[in-house]
Design a protein around this ligand. Sequence first.
Ligand code: AMP
Ligand code: ZN
Length: 140
Amino acid sequence: MKKTVDDCIFCKIAKGEIPSTTIYEDDDFKVMLDINPASKGHAVILPKNHAANIFELEDEDAEKIFKVARKCAAAMMEVLHCDGINILQNNGEAAGQTVFHLHVHLIPRYNGDTVNITWKPGTPEEDAAELAARIKAAVK
Ligand code: AMP
Ligand code: ZN
C-alpha cells in the first residue's frame, strides 16, 4: 500500500486521478512530461509513495530512483536527439521547490539553448577543512 496525501497534486497524478503525459511507469514511480517545460522533453520522476523531499524519501525509493532516471534519460537522448541532460532535484523553497512531493527533473539540453541552471563559481571557504570535518561528523 502506497503512502499518499489527499491534497497533494503529485499523489493524485501518481494514482491516475489527474491525467499526465506519462513516459514511464512501474509499481513505484511515474515519469511524466513537465507541464511548463524548461526545454523540449523536460520530464519529472515521481515516487508513488508520498515524500515531501529527499529527507522523507524511503530508502528503497532512494535506491531505485536514479536507475529510473538513467533509463528514462537514455530514452530521451535517443528520441529527442538532445545534446545533454540535467538531472536535478529541489528541496525546500530556497532551493526552488514549488511542489512538495519529491520529484527529480530530467531536463534535456540542446546546444545553444536558453535553459539557465548556472551559478557563479566562488572561492574556497577559508575554513573549508573545519567545515568538512563538521559535516563529516554529522553524516549518519
Ligand atoms: P519544483 O520547482 O522542483 O518543485 O518543480 C515542480 C515542477 O512540477 C515544475 O517544473 C512544474 O512545471 C511541474 N508541474 C506542476 N504541476 C504539474 C502537472 N500537473 N503536470 C506536470 N508537471 C507539473
Ligand atoms: Zn504527494
